[in-house]
Ligand binder design. Structure first.
Ligand SMILES: Cc1cc2nc3c(=O)[nH]c(=O)nc-3n(C[C@H](O)[C@H](O)[C@H](O)COP(=O)(O)OP(=O)(O)OC[C@H]3O[C@@H](n4cnc5c(N)ncnc54)[C@H](O)[C@@H]3O)c2cc1C
Length: 424
């Protein structure tokens, strides 16, 4: 992200005693990071996070990995310890939902009946699991997976092992939950719409690397397939009938078929919506005093010139910072190269780049797909537009430098592990 004009006194916010303050709707990573940045930038007025969940802000990536596996506890979830909020005079209203925004009155109505005024408002309401009305989805034993409460419930069940779990959805989260569930000793079958899992994101050749590792561990795939019906007995799930006509026994089903931006409040308030809350590069919405960040925001990227909505951890942090600076009237633009990561069994992966530009790009691999130690580059018109390292570490800075520089590269050199990335 870039920034400038870091004067000590915010220009866009009223810091007098009449300051109505900064209100953040959503106690996720984007909201918490924005609160931290407001204080770090010297803002001394009221900061309130309205957080619907009963938890102080937490981050979600461990939920499907170490937390679900029982290897990590609550501490791994907290971007800031509980003591941070009172120490920084940040009010977190947990268990309280914002129910309406009145942009003209600069006020937010809350589920406890109170009304909170704001000088500037950040909407960081994240995303919600996509709900598909499969027949039988209401049966006991059918779950979605987004929150800490979901992860706690699943951990309790899966840690005993021996369940017949059918995962509907073979995207990143479906694959991560499948890996963890299998490691905990459960029988896992994955349904997905692609021939090869993850191929929409990283292509068939690389998706196959992840699929092979899952199969090696005993995960079964039924592809391409979805659920035609979830079967039950006495209100409890007993199986899944696939669209390919296979009946899979199941006492547990997890639906992980993507997420949708949580735009209800913003839409009601009349903000511009298009695949999320539409915001500028500095994350300002169609109302100049309302900003949006994280999974809910569709922002204009200055490099690609296109709107993009990211559903990733690093974006929530970067966007939280930019939104806070913009709320303070400073120049800040979300221009980070998108980044995300995953862990599945012993496969660790990091990815940086512009996914939308990879479709027509040439795939260049440095290292060995068979050994599952490689860096994959997507090269479009001679330039690296994305790069992904699997079980090779400390190369993200070099990958981002290659992407960011926009220089033309020799693809033979790119594929040659003997040539340092910095020399390409
Ligand atoms: C299981 C799982 C694993 C993941 N793993 C990875 C990973 O490995 N790598 C990666 O890059 N990304 C991962 N992600 C994605 C990453 O967690 C998200 O991109 C990130 O959480 C987005 O942060 P956010 O603050 O925008 O939204 P959220 O984390 O969704 O937080 C939004 C918060 O707003 C609250 N809220 C909504 N509406 C209201 C309201 N009206 N009033 C008050 N509060 C409200 C919600 O309850 C929620 O707590 C994962 C996500 C999940 C679910």
């Amino acid at each position: 992200m870039s920034e400038s004009n870091s004067a000590a006194t915010p220009t866009g916010a009223d810091t007098s005693s009449a300051d109505a303050g900064m209100v953040i709707i959503g106690g996720g990573l984007a909201g918490a990071t924005a609160a931290d940045t407001l204080r770090a930038e010297g803002y001394t007025g009221p900061v309130t996070i309205v957080a619907e969940e009963p938890e102080i802000p937490y981050q979600r990536p461990p939920l499907s990995k170490g937390f679900l596996a029982g290897k990590e506890g609550d501490d791994a979830l907290l971007p800031y310890p509980a003591s941070w909020y009172p120490e920084h005079d940040v009010t977190v209203r947990t268990g309280t939902a914002a129910t309406a925004i009145d942009p003209a009155a600069h006020a937010v109505s809350l589920s406890d009946g109170s009304v909170l005024p704001y000088a500037k408002l950040l909407i960081a309401t994240g995303a919600l699991p996509r709900v598909i009305p499969f027949p039988g989805v209401e049966l006991d034993g059918v779950h979605y997976f987004r929150s800490k409460a979901d992860a706690v419930a699943m951990k309790e069940l899966l840690s005993a092992g021996g369940h017949n779990l059918v995962m509907i959805g073979s995207g990143w989260i479906g694959m991560e939950i499948a890996a963890t569930a299998r490691e905990l000793g459960n029988n896992v079958t994955l349904l997905g719409l692609e021939d090869v899992p993850l191929s929409v994101a990283i292509g068939k050749e690389l998706g196959a690397v992840f699929a092979a590792r899952h199969e090696e561990a005993g995960v079964r795939f039924v592809l391409p397939a979805s659920a035609a019906e979830i079967k039950g007995d006495a209100g409890r799930v007993t199986g899944v009938v696939t669209t390919t006509g296979v009946t899979l026994p199941a006492d547990l089903v997890i639906v992980a078929v993507g997420v949708v931006p949580n735009i209800a409040l913003a839409k009601e308030a009349g903000l511009a919506i298009d695949n999320g809350i539409q915001v500028s590069g500095s994350l300002q919405s169609s109302d100049p005093d309302i900003f949006a960040a994280g999974d809910v925001a569709n922002s204009l990227h200055p490099v690609t010139g296109a709107y993009a909505r990211s559903e990733h951890w690093a974006n929530a942090i970067a966007a939280g910072k930019v939104a806070a600076r913009s709320m303070l009237g400073r120049d800040a633009v979300l221009d980070d190269i998108p980044y995300f990561y995953t862990d599945q069994f012993d496969l660790g992966m990091e990815y940086s780049g512009y996914g939308a530009l990879t479709r027509d790009a040439e795939l260049v691999v440095r290292g060995s797909l068979e050994k599952r130690e490689f860096i994959a580059f997507w090269v479009l018109e001679g330039r690296v537009v994305a790069g992904m390292n699997v079980n090779i570490w400390d190369v993200q800075d070099a990958i981002k430098e290659l992407i960011g520089s926009g220089r033309t590269v020799d693809t033979q050199a790119l594929a040659d592990p003997q040539i340092p990335l910095e020399a390409i």
